[in-house]
Design a protein around this ligand. Sequence first.
Ligand code: ADP
Length: 229
Amino acid sequence: MIEAVQLAKRYDKNQPYVLKDVNFKVERGEFVFIVGQSGAGKSTLLKLLIREILPTSGTLKIFGQDLRLMPERRVPYLRRNIGMVFQDFRLLEERTAYENVAFAMQVTGAVAQEIARRVPAVLEMVGLGDKLEARVCDLSGGEQQRIGLARAIVNRPSLILADEPTGNLDPDTSMEIINLLRNINIRGTTVLVATHDREIVDRMQKRVIHLEHGQIAGDQKKGVYARAF
Ligand code: ADP
């Protein structure tokens, strides 16, 4: 599903590499944490994966396609197959839970009947079946991130990329969100979570790729946050 070979990125010729010698593979159906301190290169890696930025050298393949060779016109199709979850939720504050999720379907040209059928079902799945008409600004952070998850999955992507999805949430709410991501993963979607939330990583016992100064410092099958030296 994802393959990085000698992947390297620097934002400018005069600046140091922020990712270097990065090699890893993620198979279909995996759940992977990308951990590392602030500045380690986690967000850069996610931005490369949605082709917001291009690698400086090396290869990055996703769904079998080399992102450096992908024509611009293919990028929307790539992004349609990736669900994104953000630390700051990025929802339409004045709109309802239903409208936020429906909007993600409307932009892909989905028909009204399909939207009306699928949106309540995904909101039900994330535990918001009784909050369809609630406005985002009246909901708690945990509820808002549930909408973020519903929006990420409504178009049935093969891959979910979550950038610090629990960064603005308390520990209990964070566990609920991670458990939802795990349920999404169990249903077959590949999930990649960039985080520095030690507690959730240690409790989940999933694969952990540890980035340190832009390089892979560890890649453990059932990992914990702290790197084993
Ligand atoms: P993380 O997500 O792990 O905190 P980032 O990928 O955001 O790490 O950042 C890695 C490094 O790249 C940092 O040193 C950061 O300052 C630098 N960086 C990130 N974005 C840019 C940019 N647009 N231009 C220049 N440098 C950047």
